[in-house]
Design a protein around this ligand. Structure first.
Ligand code: PA5
Length: 459
């Protein structure tokens, strides 16, 4: 069982990468970053790396999951951002392909899992219209316990369950901070079970708490192994020497590539369908954590871009090869996919088909990943490959922890707080003002100072 990073294609001045001497001399910067993060961790401000070993949190999730086993055909997450991206990534990675389309028998009696991570009425009306509410559990996930999108969804579901004569507490569970927001007191009023997101774990770092582990447990995913893989990676990363710390390698290389070599874009490209939703999860993590103002007012942060191999070889890879030299590419490869499909021998005399026979699809996708990495390197486009032995609970837990720690270190290297998101506040306040939420008067006044749309600039 292992997770390795091959970063040979990131190093080398002439090849468009980071000169080896520069990489070596960044050791002190990483040591500082590691020390800064360790202070936050030891001070109890940032807990995502520690809660994976918290037996009480695990017990909370397992006992709730056990208590509802076999009761539901469908589970629906109401949540947005970090409350939805992680659980969806776990479902795609760790449940059989096409899970929601499988019959009850093929799912082994485990429920389907849906995530309503937006407020487009088209999607919500369609899903609620086709679910059998009597056999549905709604997981309302909100760290803050007050996010407008999630609260609206909850109000709609609450009304629908009431209209169907169903008891709310039998069909709803909350996952939220124990000490803030509306959900915790509402849980008491409604008799709904509420599971904890520890105060020291922010939304986009919460997938390894009940936010991700409850939906995963309900689908029969081995959450103990997921957490063990994560804890193992956290131990591997408990070292201040960047070259020995996988998350340190990742964070420092991306930071150097961005701030010194103009690689403003970080393409995240798994060559694995099960890992495709990990890309969306990583995009939120990297973007919302690092796109910030520093204390000096400088705007920093590398833009993450999701891609999928081999599919995107026929789409974005042209841009990666010949477009602006402003990108790094992170490939994720998998050694053992647990199964393979042989490509049959046929049409031996047809040039485009004959050479494929006798190979396997697993071989093809691996060769294409290596070929793309090599071609990018040949063109001076830096890239690295994170290799997982397998896509199973242990490795996925490790990958998540690797990327979360890398994000935390990168925050230190850029000189920003990776754990807040002040930039989304103004838009939220404007929306509150327009919807008439109490306390939004100042935002309303600011909104009213915006110029009216100018008809000259409309077509
Ligand atoms: O990472 C974050 O903090 C955010 O993206 C949140 O996950 C998102 O805003 C949802 O917030 P909440 O979980 O408080 O409803």
């Amino acid at each position: 069982m292992s997770i390795r990073i091959d970063y040979s294609n990131m190093i080398g001045g002439a090849a468009g990468g980071i000169p080896a001497e520069e990489w070596m001399s960044s050791a002190a910067a990483f040591e500082n970053a590691h020390a800064g993060f360790t202070r936050l961790r030891e001070g109890g401000k940032v807990g995502f790396a520690d809660v994976v070993g918290d037996a009480a949190l695990l017990e909370q999730v397992e006992s709730y999951a056990d208590s509802v086993t076999g009761r539901y055909a469908d589970v629906v997450i109401l949540g947005i951002g970090g409350s939805a991206l992680g659980p969806v990534a776990l479902r795609t990675a760790l449940s059989p392909s096409g899970w929601n389309l499988l019959s009850d028998d093929a799912r082994g009696g485990f429920p389907r899992l849906h995530a309503l991570d937006n407020v487009d009425p088209v999607t919500i009306a369609a899903l609620l219209g086709r679910l059998a509410l009597a056999k549905t559990l709604f997981i309302v996930t909100s760290k803050s316990g007050g996010t407008a999108e999630t609260m609206s969804q909850f109000l709609i579901v609450h009304e629908r369950l009431g209209n169907a004569g169903l008891t709310i507490a039998d069909h709803v569970v909350f996952i939220t901070d124990p000490a803030q927001g509306a959900l915790r007191p509402l849980a008491a009023t409604l008799g709904v079970t509420a599971l904890d997101i520890p105060p020291s774990v922010g939304g986009r770092f919460s997938v390894l708490t009940a936010v991700g582990t409850l939906p995963a447990a309900l689908l029969g995913i081995d959450i103990r192994s997921l957490l063990e893989g994560a804890a193992d990676m956290a131990r591997r990363c408990d070292v201040a020497r960047a070259s020995e710390n996988p998350a340190g390698v990742y964070a420092t290389l991306q930071w150097l590539a961005d701030t010194r070599h103009g690689k403003r874009i970080n393409v995240f490209m798994p060559y694995s369908d099960p890992l495709r939703d990990m890309a969306a999860w990583f995009v939120q993590l990297w973007a919302e954590s690092l796109g910030k103002h520093t204390a000096d007012g400088e705007s920093v942060g590398q833009t993450p871009l999701p891609a999928l191999g081999a599919t995107d070889q026929h789409s974005q890879v042209q841009l990666f090869m010949e477009g602006p030299e402003d990108k790094t590419v992170t490939f994720v490869s998998v050694s053992d996919r647990g199964m393979d499909v042989r490509i049959p021998h046929a049409f031996a005399d047809v040039k485009e088909l004959g050479y494929l026979g006798g190979h396997t699809l697993g071989e093809l996708i691996d060769v294409e990943q290596r070929a793309t990495a090599g071609a990018l390197a040949k063109r001076g486009r830096p890239n690295l490959t994170i290799n997982l032995d397998r896509v199973d609970e242990w490795h996925v837990g490790g990958l998540i922890m690797l990327l979360e720690l890398a994000t935390a270190y990168a925050g230190q290297l850029y000189g920003v707080d990776a754990f807040d998101q002040p930039g989304v506040e103004l838009g939220k306040q404007f929306a509150y003002a327009l919807l008439g939420r109490p306390g939004a008067d100042a935002a309303r006044k600011e909104w009213d100072t915006l110029p009216e749309p100018d008809s000259r600039w409309s077509v």
